[in-house]
Design a protein around this ligand. Structure first.
Ligand SMILES: *Cc1c(COP(=O)(O)O)cnc(C)c1O
Length: 390
């Protein structure tokens, strides 16, 4: 008798592109074993702790027996009401908490699942490159085909819809967009969203806007897609407490907008998960009700870090895009390097870890991404070290 199974992964797993971040993790482990004093600017995970009013709300909520039971699938009504009130206050957008708000176990969960609700094998999904990798893996898992929309610096990192063939648009079921953008830090004017609504209506395309970074900004407040006339007719917006409130580990996010699209996503979810721990939802309500002072302090911290790294890299002659939002800096690698080559060089010679741009898709090749998720002192040290090796 055989003592071992011969395991054959499903083709949807085998066809995944190589996960660059896993190899970066290995490089990082090696550096740590060599006792490198590593300055890690590679991951988009805030180093600042969750604000204490949120933690206190969680402490209280976790003692309530009612919160120990299965939560409702669509989220507690109090949470959905708090999201709706927050959208009204922040964006002036009206959302019915009964049908136009859905809780998510982090926005990644919703982004990964939405293609399962609307994509049949062979359907096309428009996906930005560089971009958050989950847009294309979610598409792949549903059997869909990603059509890459390159985000070029000369076009302010906006997709150029005129370049997409008519034939592709007619077969397109869904589009992912994300502003303020990870990894390029680009923001968009309202006219771009208006163009998206027009195209969506013309070709019958569901719009999925990822708005994770609207609260991390340095000049004008970024817009929500939901502020665009007609947005609710064509799509939904994913949002998250992760980046705004330093809550990446808590796993809570939400989607808002078109009720039928949300119902489709909800149908997938009711068959796969059982909602967000209610104590976390209560803590999230406390977060959404925080006064603006907490967020402006967080923004001030990132602004200080951004200025140090942006000015430092610029002085060194590195071509760098000055972020108007997000906690990322997108920089061109020197012309004699690939993205991965430069990341390795920075790690080996300077003990500074960044993310290679091609980890976000082929169009990211030639760039690297720094995350401003380390204290100012360490970022200053990183600039000094980079200066020594360039
Ligand atoms: C971090 C991030 C997310 C996922 O955030 P969650 O923690 O799952 O809410 C989604 N989209 C982008 C662009 C991100 O950077």
């Amino acid at each position: 008798m055989k003592k071992k199974l011969s395991l054959e992964p499903a083709s949807r797993i085998k066809h995944l592109p190589p996960y660059l971040f896993a190899s970066i993790d290995k490089m990082k482990q090696k550096a740590i074993e060599k006792d490198t004093d590593l300055i890690d600017l590679s991951i988009g995970d805030p180093d600042i702790p969750t604000p204490s009013p949120i933690i206190n709300a969680m402490k209280k909520a976790v003692t309530k027996p009612a919160n120990h039971r299965y939560p409702s699938y669509e989220g507690m009504f109090s949470f959905r009401e708090a999201v709706s009130a927050w959208y009204k206050k922040r964006f002036g957008a009206k959302l019915d908490p009964h049908t136009e708000v859905l809780s998510l176990i982090g926005s990644k969960e919703g982004i990964g699942h939405i293609p399962l609700a609307f994509i049949n094998p062979g359907d096309t999904v428009l996906v930005p490159s560089p971009g958050y990798p989950v847009y294309s893996t979610g598409t792949l898992f549903a059997g869909g085909k990603s059509y890459i929309m390159p985000l070029k610096e000369e076009n302010d990192f906006l997709p150029d819809f005129d370049l997409i063939p008519e034939k592709v648009l007619s077969n397109t079921k869904l589009i992912f967009i994300n502003y303020p953008n990870n990894p390029t830090s680009a923001t968009v004017p309202i006219n771009f969203y208006k163009e998206v609504v027009t195209i969506a209506l013309k070709y019958n395309i569901i719009v999925c806007h990822d708005a994770s970074y609207t609260e991390i900004y340095y000049d004008k407040k970024p817009l929500s897609f939901m502020q665009t006339p007609g947005a609710k007719e064509v799509g939904i917006e994913f949002h998250s407490l992760s980046k705004t409130y330093n809550m990446t580990g808590w796993r809570i996010g939400f989607a808002v907008g078109n009720r039928d699209v949300l119902a489709g996503l909800g149908k997938v979810k009711t068959n796969l998960d059982s909602g967000v721990f209610q104590a976390i939802q209560e803590a999230a309500v406390a977060a959404l009700n925080l006064d603006n002072g907490v967020l402006s302090t967080i923004r001030k911290t990132y602004r200080g870090r951004r200025d140090i790294l942006y000015n430092g890299l610029k002085k060194l002659g590195v071509h760098t895009i000055k972020p108007k939002a997000t906690f990322y800096i997108w920089a061109k690698v020197p012309s004699n390097f690939t993205s991965m080559g430069f990341v390795t060089h920075l790690l080996d010679k300077a003990g500074v870890l960044a993310t290679p741009g091609n980890g976000f898709g082929d169009e990211g090749e030639g760039y690297i991404r720094f995350a401003l998720t380390a204290p100012a002192k360490r970022i200053r040290e990183a600039v000094d070290r980079i200066q020594r090796i360039l």
